[in-house]
Design a protein around this ligand. Structure first.
Ligand SMILES: [Zn+2]
Ligand SMILES: [Zn+2]
Length: 121
């Protein structure tokens, strides 16, 4: 029977051979806690994503001076939402460049007017 000692960090009873001196020297910790104390920095490095892929900003649509009806569209492929004054349904998604994924998003006022236009039964 190996004598068990309680880890001062996580209160787990561990065999003496698995004990390590605490970083502060005031107590004894289990191997898991010891590793956690000593590998803190390198552990964070591992957690950090190696490379953050920068998402391309969609090209800016030049503002048209004439008052045109702006409609909202969204891409079902990448969930990107955008507004366009022209029919974008058959255009490429400005974000993921896929074709045929554009859906028109009805604005609140459009939905309201379509409700108003509905015949009453
Ligand atoms: Zn522990
Ligand atoms: Zn898309």
């Amino acid at each position: 029977m190996e004598p068990l000692v309680t880890c001062t960090k996580c209160s787990t009873n561990v065999p003496v051979k698995d004990l390590r001196a605490d970083k502060t020297g005031r107590g004894w910790v289990c191997i898991a806690c010891y590793n956690r104390q000593h590998n803190k920095i390198s552990h964070q490095d591992i957690l950090q994503k190696p490379q953050t892929v920068k998402k391309q900003e969609p090209p800016e649509v030049p503002q048209n001076k004439e008052p045109r009806k702006i409609s909202s569209y969204k891409c079902v492929g990448c969930k990107y939402k955008f507004e366009s004054s022209v029919n974008a349904l058959d255009k490429q998604c400005p974000y993921c460049s896929r074709l045929g994924t554009i859906e028109k998003v009805q604005s609140a006022s459009e939905i309201l007017s379509s409700i108003r236009d509905m015949p009453h039964y």
